[in-house]
Design a protein around this ligand. Structure first.
Ligand code: GLP
Length: 244
């Protein structure tokens, strides 16, 4: 894993946005894997700006989001459909037919998961996957567990994750119990991964992620086995002495 230490959140976002723009310039029909959460908001803002300045064209890009809460309609302000529209899709020239987010309102969730993997497979897999880091080490919604699932699947959210994510919900008790997430196979077969981490609250879990051990109790630790991961973390998350 290559580690890039950014001074702060803004710089982390800038480096991440530049990496995304560069990869689209190299391959205008790139397949992107996209995250939600507070961490990538700055990156999306800068990607929108790059589009407005005509520095990047998203028209041929295909996107696959990592996850979505089961049962939240797209118009719910905490849904990831809503997030993506608000922060990105509504402001750039992405082709909506090429933007994929799990349909967590599907009557057959297991069937939806199978379809999602099929769509990703026929798109050729992910060229560039951007990831955030959950406070408990989850990636996408692959939660710490004795076993991690390879395929897209429905997952029961841990109470730590529901608590952490409750800030995005009008009332704490409305955080869904389950979500759909890409599995570890799609994540680990992405050709390149950017892992974005910001803030002192992520410092301890990031340190454990990089500690040189892998464990399904810390899903992000598996990223240490991937051949092309660039960790872009700010000073607050990394602590000054950790960067190479
Ligand atoms: C959610 C998402 C993850 C994201 C994580 C961290 O649980 N499913 O994909 O990485 O939150 O969120 P934040 O960036 O807000 O800390």
């Amino acid at each position: 894993m290559k580690i890039l230490m950014a001074k702060n959140y803004e710089e982390m976002s800038k480096i991440a946005a530049s990496a995304v723009v560069e990869s689209i310039r190299k391959n205008p029909a790139a397949v992107l894997g996209l995250p939600t959460g507070h961490t990538p908001e700055g990156m999306y803002r800068l990607l929108v700006r790059a589009y407005e300045r005509e520095e990047v064209d998203f028209s041929e890009v295909t996107t696959f989001n990592l996850d979505e809460y089961i049962g939240l309609p797209p118009e719910h302000p905490a849904s990831y459909h809503f997030f993506m529209a608000k922060h990105f899709f509504n402001h750039v020239n992405c082709d909506a037919t090429k933007n994929h987010i799990p349909n967590s309102l599907a009557s057959d969730i297991d069937g939806e998961c199978i379809m999602y993997d099929r769509k990703l497979e026929s798109a050729g897999g992910i060229d560039l996957l951007v990831l955030g880091l959950g406070g408990n080490g989850h990636i996408g919604f692959n939660e710490p567990d004795a076993r991690l699932q390879t395929k897209t699947h429905r997952v029961r959210l841990s109470s730590a994750t529901r608590k952490a994510n409750s800030i995005h919900f009008p009332e704490r008790d409305t955080v869904p119990m389950e979500s759909i997430t890409l599995g570890m196979e799609a994540i680990m077969s992405a050709r390149k991964i950017l892992l974005l981490v910001s803030g002192t609250q992520k410092r301890s879990i990031l340190k454990q992620t990089l500690a040189g051990y892998i464990s399904t109790d810390l899903p992000a630790s598996l990223l240490q086995l991937h051949k092309d991961v660039l960790l872009i973390a700010d000073e607050e998350a990394l602590g000054k002495s950790t960067a190479s």
